[in-house]
Design a protein around this ligand. Structure first.
Ligand code: SOE
Length: 385
């Protein structure tokens, strides 16, 4: 009988679905030393959390997260509630001796992120921040190529994270558009993913200079309605207090130059999280909207035959790809969470499957804070953790 790993989840919407699916699918694809069990799920709305528990397969549900954390039959607390709740819940869970998984960004502020990191270290619990895109096999393969020196010295990291789900002025003022709940807008919600990918693939960022913009300054009130959909109630208008778009450049500690863009106003782009890395020996580029493919260019290819070629990263040689289907049977967004949770729960077996933890979350939060400060002061800001 395998040891049970009992999950207590706080929150139940978009990320609650992605995480719950990953726990349930892990045993399908991996020979595990444990059995994930969806024990308890918590949400404020009794009817909604009851429905989510039944749909996603949790044994029980509660409407007070503190009751979940007090339980002795919970091993891992998984936080999928809005950003302003992460610190209080994670610190309480750490003090209760629970291992912690939380969505990104780690917190509302760098100070909160540091407190969370101190709490998990003091209470000796494992901790994960869900920068899931590291665990697309094509991204892990890019990491392998870089570690093996296939690009040589790196010169550029270039990332664009493009969405368009809030371009309609009637899209309501959801929690992601309120600073007191989200901390920032496109910067922390999707720019954080690009920052994590740059840290994972290139190294630490030394300094940044950036700018932000809020294109639509007022919106009708309303709430999320699953995924990235929302319903406006038009009863009142509210001020948008976060960025709709951000652009910043960076210098990495190793001398690489970085350019980053994150926007929710790039019409036609739905979740176009992409990067390109240029080195002395060649380049690689990846696009989440075509996530199984990695484009590579090597300068030592035979003259006349040089050019970007596309690798379909679904073969045994591509990290984690072999766990799913035969070559060419592509995988999707949900599999990045399965791989991420496998690395966290089973332990990473090599450098390229190092999972992102709260230290990564703190370093990421330091970059977010520096970009926001730069946008205010129009100055270069050094990253200080
Ligand atoms: C909304 O921008 C969002 O759901 C992000 O919050 C996720 O982190 C990203 O993976 C997809 O888009």
């Amino acid at each position: 009988m395998k040891k049970e790993l009992r999950i207590g989840m706080i929150g139940y919407q978009f990320m609650g679905k992605a995480h719950s699916h990953a726990y349930r699918d892990l045993p399908f694809y991996f020979d595990l030393e444990f059995q994930p069990v969806l024990k308890v799920i918590s949400g404020r709305n009794d009817h909604a959390v009851k429905e989510a528990a039944e749909r996603m397969g949790f044994e029980e549900y509660v409407t007070d997260w503190k009751k979940l954390i007090e339980r002795t039959d919970i091993d891992i607390v998984d936080i999928v509630t809005p950003n302003h709740t992460h610190a209080e819940i994670a610190i309480a869970a750490a003090k209760a001796g629970k291992h912690i998984i939380t969505e990104k960004p780690l917190a509302l502020t760098l100070e909160e992120a540091k407190e969370m990191h101190e709490a998990v270290k003091e209470n000796k619990v494992k901790h994960l921040i869900c920068h899931n895109y590291r665990f697309a096999p094509a991204v892990l393969f890019a990491k392998k190529l870089i570690v093996e020196g296939r690009l040589g010295r790196l010169y550029h990291f270039r990332a664009n994270y493009l969405q368009d789900f809030i371009m309609d002025p009637n899209f309501p003022l959801i929690w992601r558009l309120k600073k007191e709940i989200s901390g920032s807008g496109a910067l922390g919600d999707i720019g954080a993913h690009s920052i994590d990918l740059s840290r994972f693939l290139v190294g630490e960022i030394k300094e940044v200079v950036g700018m932000t913009e809020t294109f639509i300054k007022e919106r009708p009130s309303g709430e999320m309605a699953g995924g990235l959909k929302a319903t406006a109630d038009q009863s009142s208008l509210g001020e948008v207090t976060v960025d709709d778009a951000v652009a910043f450049i960076s210098r990495f500690e190793n001398g690489v130059l970085g350019t980053f863009e994150a926007t929710r106003f790039a019409a036609g782009n739905k979740n176009k999280n992409k990067f390109e890395i240029n080195g002395e020996k060649g380049s690689i580029r990846w696009d989440m909207e075509d996530m199984n493919r990695l484009d590579v260019y090597f300068r030592d290819d035979e003259a006349g035959l040089q050019g970007f070629r596309t690798i379909n990263c679904t073969e045994e040689e591509h990290p984690y790809a072999g766990a799913f289907w035969p070559a060419g049977h592509i995988i999707g967004y949900e599999h990045t969470f399965i791989n991420l949770f496998h690395a966290f729960l089973q332990g990473p077996d090599k450098e390229e499957t190092a999972y992102p933890d709260f230290e990564d979350g703190v370093r990421n939060q330091a970059v977010l804070a520096a970009v926001e400060k730069s946008a205010e002061t129009k100055q270069w800001i050094e990253i200080k953790v």
